[in-house]
Design a protein around this ligand. Structure first.
Ligand code: TMP
Length: 193
């Protein structure tokens, strides 16, 4: 089985692509489609985070707590039963957003992530590469959550962070300006090869 993660900044089109990828993979395998934050405890941690995003440590602690439960209660059990997993966001979202975006110590985040994921790292991660200006336009006008309210400069830092992480971890970069169907097709071909 396979554990697949899709990362990207807000407005990169992750959810649309994830849905289409899951549809394709379900022709061949049983698949759990999941996401962070908020797929555990009916979104409790997500709501807590969005109430106050001023303290990077507190924000990272809540995201990694959400992750620890997500891994223990959903991802690990699925993989153990032979089910494939597609997750929108995972550990390196915290490194990109709270590390590169908010300036929290990277080693601290890495340590918190290690505790949360308990050795469970994705088999493959795709980064939906979209220029921050384009992504920002896509979310502009939509109702934004507290993190999205931080503006274009924040999104730029997160995007540059993601590119560094992608390089460091050997992620697949996907051109997020292509039609979602085409992106999902390329991804499915890669993981089913
Ligand atoms: P979502 O829009 O993908 O549901 O994610 C909510 C916001 O949370 C989004 O702006 C990205 C952000 N985020 C972090 O800042 N750190 C994290 O660890 C995760 C998983 C998401």
């Amino acid at each position: 089985m396979m554990f697949i993660v899709i990362e990207g900044i807000d407005g990169s089109g992750k959810s649309t692509v994830a849905k289409k990828l899951v549809e394709r993979l379900r022709e061949v395998h049983e698949v759990l489609h999941t996401w962070e934050p908020g797929h555990v405890r009916e979104g409790l941690y997500r709501r807590l985070i969005m109430e106050d995003v001023d303290l990077p440590y507190a924000v990272a602690a809540l995201f990694t707590a959400d992750r620890a439960e997500h891994v223990r209660d959903m991802i690990k059990p699925a993989l153990e039963r032979g089910i494939w997993v597609v997750s929108e966001r995972y550990a390196d979202s915290t490194l990109a957003y709270q590390g590169y975006g908010m300036g929290l110590d990277h080693q601290l985040i890495q340590r918190m992530n290690e505790e949360a994921v308990q050795g469970l790292w994705p088999d493959i991660t795709f980064y939906l590469n979209v220029p921050p200006e384009v992504a920002y336009k896509r979310i502009h006008g939509k109702e934004k959550d507290a993190l999205e309210e931080q503006g274009i400069e924040f999104l730029r830092r997160v995007h540059l962070g993601y590119l560094e992480i992608a390089q460091m971890r050997g992620w697949r970069l996907v051109d997020g300006s292509l039609p979602p169907d085409d992106i999902a097709k390329v991804m499915a071909e890669e993981v089913l090869a």
